[in-house]
Design a protein around this ligand. Structure first.
Ligand code: PLP
Length: 388
């Protein structure tokens, strides 16, 4: 049975460029911190990958410390959040601003901060639109950190973080701005400068690179003014911000994927928009309820609700036919509470439990969209009949 993979927000298949870079790195066993020739060979691969990932973020030659490799996007955001909140010069405030629909990698960090006595203000994202006015007025009180996602992983909502970050910097230059851009990299146009971000989280496996590698962009001023501190300490790798011998094979794969994805980003985005629009048109004709953000959105995600069928039931039905979709964020599929991203669309707990996320990569085809719609149509009539 051929597989139709439509869960690219959870993870993406490796691209040939990532595989080739990893194969090359497998032949290089040196420790990049070693000063001899074998170590330096590994260091060369590390530097090359750093340049490739930085270039995907629009940065030509990264300065020392400007791009820190981590074990995943989750760790990059943890470094951004704990690293900036617990850095020495934080005494001027005890408050953090975020959104009400962050990925658990950010939301759980926020809860830990709250347990530590730090005030966390969550800005609403009703119908997938960030309430920028509420965020800007929240900035009237001194704020340590503003951490907001660029693209929501469940609905594809693309938030205007640039407006909020610019206002934060204008109010108080000491406020640190962090963006979780895991779902935004190569999907929507931005650079750290264009969104006024001091810190930006990215992850390899969402752009056809390997799992288990992420990176944090760090603005040179943040390093100069010591407004970030390491929490994984040891040998001082990654410019002292993330100790531990680097995962050269994974990092090389991230570099390969970033370079390939940057070269084709325009075409890839256009292709995903066309696929999404085709799916949306067909679902509209079928009378399916869709949770479409009222503002900007990224090209690769479409969320829908089938009120009479639990998402797990439909997911299993589609999976039996080789079609892979998600019942929400893969990271939250273990939890039973209503996802805040869907609650923002006014969905009840029952409706949220009947929602599916379809997410594309440029590898998907129109034929796959058509086959998904056919299977969904059959699934709706079969599963509703069984329920009766
Ligand atoms: N942030 C967002 C928006 C995500 O969608 C994900 C993964 O689904 C992450 C962070 C976590 O990235 P990683 O799996 O590399 O830890």
């Amino acid at each position: 049975m051929s597989i139709i993979y439509l869960d690219n927000s959870a993870t993406t298949p490796l691209c040939p460029e990532a595989v080739a870079a990893m194969e090359e790195a497998m032949g290089v066993f040196g420790n990049p911190s070693s000063l001899h020739s074998v170590g330096q060979e590994a260091h060369t691969l590390l530097t090359r990958a750093r340049g490739q990932v930085a270039a995907a973020l629009g940065i030509r030659s990264p300065k020392p410390g400007e791009l820190i490799f981590t074990s995943c996007g989750t760790e990059a955001s943890a470094l951004a959040i704990y690293g900036s909140v617990y850095a020495k010069p934080r005494r001027f405030a005890s408050r953090v601003i975020t959104t009400d629909c962050e990925h658990p990698s950010v939301e759980e960090a926020m809860r830990k901060l709250e347990a530590d006595g730090i005030e966390v203000v969550r800005i609403p994202t009703k119908n997938g639109v960030l309430d920028t006015e509420a965020a800007i007025s929240a900035l009237n009180t001194p704020t340590l950190l503003v951490s907001m996602m660029m693209v929501n992983n469940e609905t594809g909502a693309h938030f205007d973080v640039a407006r909020v970050f610019a206002a934060a910097k204008q109010r108080d230059s000491r406020t640190v701005t962090h963006c979780d851009a895991v779902q935004g990299l190569l999907k929507v146009p931005f650079t750290p400068a264009s969104i006024h971000a001091d810190l930006v989280t990215v992850s390899a496996h969402k752009i056809h690179g390997p799992k288990g590698v992420g990176a944090l962009y760090v603005h040179p001023d943040i390093i100069r003014t010591k407004r970030i501190t390491a929490f994984v300490t040891g040998g001082g790798q990654e410019f002292g911000l993330r100790s531990g011998t680097e995962n050269i094979i994974g990092i090389a794969g991230f570099g390969g994927a970033a370079q390939a994805g940057s070269a084709s980003r325009g075409e890839d985005q256009a292709r995903m928009v066309a696929l999404r629009d085709r799916l949306e048109g067909k679902l509209r004709d079928m009378g399916v309820q869709m949770n479409i953000p009222a503002g900007d959105r990224a090209p690769h995600v479409l969320n829908l609700t089938l009120p009479s069928i639990k998402s797990q039931t439909m997911l299993n039905y589609l999976s039996a036919q080789g079609i892979c979709v998600s019942s929400g964020s893969a990271c939250s599929s273990h939890s039973v509470k209503i996802s805040p991203s869907l609650a923002a669309f006014g969905l009840t707990a029952h409706e949220a439990d009947c929602s599916l996320r379809i997410s594309f990569s440029a590898l998907n085809t129109e034929d796959e969209v058509d086959r998904l719609c056919e299977a969904l149509g059959k699934g709706i009539s079969t599963l509703v009949r069984i329920r009766k």
